[in-house]
Write a protein that binds this ligand. Structure first.
Ligand code: ATP
Ligand code: MG
Length: 377
């Protein structure tokens, strides 16, 4: 990487040049070449978050900072005491998307900081987003892309069956400072851009009761949970999910039990334990919760063993609808570069192409197969 650019990046991010060079050499800053040269922070570097991406335009570097990690509350009551007032927004279950303007075009990057050709194409179709970013080029529009048509997280929402984008933050490009909740919501609404739902702004004392009521409703509708925020966005938000979300994560995780780390599983057990405690559940309710938890672990696990035993492979499947071969090829190439083993099937549907993707769950398949064959580790 050219010295002049290293100097510029260093000045913009306020990180010494030698640290940037070191990170480039170690590969913790990755240099991408497609669709043009840009940098992705694969690890955090000082104050700069993982997922930060650095782009180049004619004269300058354009920095899109990583989206900050949101801490989880396991036990809600004390966690709420850190706030004065809380804005309770819906936590939607899709994938984190940051949208911004670069060289007069809209681009969308994923949590890790990579330009996603599929999401970029989808969001370019929304002219409101383009109109907004033209007026506010110094901002990054952060939101959740949801729906059934995407290569990352499939969860159907009645308001966005195939694909939808719901904003939850507006942050300054370089500084990463967020706008207050109501200001962000108003600006975006005036451009016709949808925000995630806001359930209300509550005093911290009444919030506790309200949040559990909200969660009960969300659970009925199979929705993920809430993010609890300082209305001024001066404090770090926290997230809290429904019990159904926890067990459905486990059901997914245990159908591929050797892909995800033990932390993934344990964290969900902690959530269930503290929620049961916090809700002061009756013996009967606790047993019901225990049954659901156990089922979400064991049933998918046994089903996967049966599959491998029968000679089947373990895959996660998703599909996306694309306009033409070129788009399909671009997405295939992008997904392959993520280093996952994938199988593709193209199906023509009227003038569109349905791309069916199967992700081979290698670690789980290999481990289960080896247990079946050898019986011991
Ligand atoms: P990370 O916290 O690093 O993103 P994770 O996979 O554990 O990792 P989640 O548990 O999904 O993430 O929680 C954080 C994510 O929730 C955010 O990155 C964002 O994509 C998503 N999200 C959905 N709705 C909201 C919302 N209303 N406000 C903020 N984030 C939201
Ligand atoms: Mg999520």
């Amino acid at each position: 990487m050219n010295e002049i650019y290293i100097k510029k990046i260093s000045e913009t991010l306020n990180v010494e040049p030698w640290r940037i060079k070191g990170a480039l050499n170690r590969g913790s800053i990755q240099v991408l070449k497609k669709p043009f040269v840009y940098l992705v922070f694969r690890k955090e570097l000082g104050k700069i978050e993982r997922g930060t991406a650095v782009f180049f335009n004619d004269k300058d570097v354009v920095v899109v900072r990583g989206f900050p990690k949101i801490k989880r509350a396991f036990y809600l009551k004390p966690a709420l005491m850190m706030f004065e007032k809380v804005a309770v927004e819906e936590k939607m279950d899709g994938y984190n998307t940051r949208v911004f303007m670069l060289n007069d075009k809209v681009y969308a990057i994923t949590r890790g900081g990579y330009i996603c050709p599929y999401t970029t194409k989808k969001l370019r179709e929304d002219k409101n987003i383009e109109r907004f970013l033209r007026d506010y080029p110094e901002y990054v529009l952060c939101g959740e892309s949801v729906g059934k048509q995407n290569p990352y997280v499939v969860h159907e929402y009645k308001e966005a069956k195939d694909f939808g984008f719901f904003a939850f933050d507006l942050r300054k490009k370089v500084e990463n400072t967020p706008l207050p909740i109501l200001e962000r919501r108003d600006i975006l609404e005036s451009y016709g851009i949808k925000n995630v739902r806001l359930f209300g702004i509550f005093d911290k004392k009444e919030a506790y009761k309200k949040i559990f009521e909200i969660l009960e409703e969300l659970e009925k509708e199979n929705r993920e949970g809430v993010v609890i925020k300082d209305p001024e966005m001066k404090k770090e938000p926290i997230k809290y999910t429904t019990s159904k979300t926890n067990t459905s994560d486990l059901r997914y995780g245990f159908s591929f039990p050797f892909e995800l780390g033990k932390d993934f599983f344990f964290s969900r057990v902690i959530r269930e334990a503290f929620q049961a405690f916090e809700l002061n559940e009756s013996e009967e309710k606790l047993r019901e919760r225990a049954r659901k938890l156990g089922e979400s672990i064991l049933i998918p696990f046994v089903e996967s063993i049966r599959k491998v035993y029968k000679g089947e492979i373990l895959t996660e499947n998703f599909e996306v609808l694309l306009n033409n071969d070129e788009e399909a090829e671009e997405l295939i190439e992008y997904l392959r570069r993520q280093g996952i083993v994938l199988m593709f099937e193209k199906e023509r549907k009227n003038s569109n192409i349905k791309l069916k993707v199967q992700r081979f769950m290698q670690a789980s398949y290999d481990k289960i197969k080896s247990f079946i064959e050898k019986g011991i580790e």
